[in-house]
Each structure stands twice: as structure tokens, then as C-alpha cells.
Design a protein around this ligand. Structure first.
Ligand code: FES
Length: 99
């Protein structure tokens, strides 16, 4: 699975590099570093809802306003911060990882 953290100018100002570090720590904590590739991305087109994090899959039964299901079948998580990165990971990303 791939996780792409937006490092466009708006998300950068909202702390995307802190989010990347927080997600690195979370991937290590949950021992899924080998299963998830963490990448930086250019602007994902939802700047007002940054920091945005794009994943490979959709979890349709999950929270309503915390993500956008994109037309390419991916999931765009909104308002991710270093402080809620673990919560977002556990709620939205971890269930999608094929262990
Ligand atoms: S800068 Fe992150 S979505 Fe535009």
C-alpha cells in the first residue's frame, strides 16, 4: 500500500513534514513499515482541507467528512496533523493494509 502526504505549499505550511514524521513513527509502532510505502506528493487539489493524505483504498463505511473518495478509487484523508496522525492511521489506513 502507498500513502502519499501532500507537501504542496498550503499543506507544507500546515505541517506536512511533521505529519510525515508522525506517520513514519506510527508505521514503525504498528510494525507495518515493510507493507506501506510512505511518499511525499505535490498538491492533491484539496488545499483548504490540508494536510491531505492519499491512500490506495477506500473504506466506504468509515467517517463521512474526514475523507474524499476520489474517482480513481483512492481515499483522500483531510485535516491530518502530527497530533491526530495515529488516530487517522488506526481508523482509516490500518484496516486497508493487507497483512
Ligand atoms: S497543497 Fe496540499 S492539497 Fe493543495
Amino acid at each position: 500500500m502507498n500513502i502519499k502526504v501532500c507537501v504542496g505549499s498550503s499543506c507544507h505550511l500546515k505541517g506536512s513534514y511533521d505529519v510525515i514524521q508522525a506517520l513514519k513513527d506510527v508505521l514503525k509502532k504498528y510494525d507495518v513499515e515493510d507493507l506501506v510505502e510512505l511518499q511525499a506528493s505535490f498538491c492533491l487539489g484539496h488545499c483548504a482541507k490540508g494536510v491531505n493524505v492519499k491512500t490506495d483504498g477506500i473504506a466506504p463505511e468509515k467517517a463521512e467528512k474526514s475523507y474524499t473518495a476520489l474517482t480513481d478509487g483512492t481515499l483522500l484523508l483531510h485535516n491530518v496533523t502530527k497530533d491526530n496522525a495515529e488516530e487517522v492511521f488506526v481508523r482509516e489506513i490500518y484496516p486497508l493494509i493487507e497483512i
